[in-house]
Design a binder for this molecule. Structure first.
Ligand code: NI
Length: 136
């Protein structure tokens, strides 16, 4: 019997979407306002969903306190109130689009989970724009 348990989290972060190897005009054409050299912020919302078997002894798929702590360490402490381009090493050479951010978050959390558990991350960049990734 496989069950999915989910936890929501939140962080604020600034970013700028651009490629160093494109000139400003090309970046402006592709990324529009998101290429603002002065950066801009988002209130990111995150849902981490873990799917696995219910442990017969505990009745848990995983201890939600453990999931909470992993999200705090790997995502909130690492990204909250940061400039993703300038302060988060994963985005030094990776455009911090919602798509790339969700993959980075997935990889960070997945590495801390029991390998039998399946993970899916959904990341809201705005209330209406969201992306998800489950490692495929
Ligand atoms: Ni943006």
């Amino acid at each position: 019997m496989k069950v999915t348990v989910s936890r929501k989290a939140h962080f604020n972060a600034a970013h700028r979407l651009y490629r160093k190897d494109w000139n400003f005009e090309k970046n402006d054409e592709i990324f529009g306002k998101c290429n603002n050299p002065n950066f801009h912020g988002h209130n990111y919302e995150l849902i981490a969903s873990v799917t696995g078997l219910i442990d017969k002894e505990t009745g848990y798929v995983m201890d939600m306190k453990v999931l909470k702590d992993i999200i705090k360490t790997e995502v909130e402490d690492a990204f909250d109130h940061k400039n993703l381009n300038l302060e988060v090493p994963e985005f030094k050479d990776l455009n911090p689009t919602a798509e790339n951010i969700v993959v980075v978050i997935y990889n960070k959390i997945k590495s801390k989970l029991d390998s039998t558990l399946k993970l899916e991350i959904t990341l809201y960049e705005t209330p209406r724009n969201f992306v998800s990734y489950s490692g495929e």
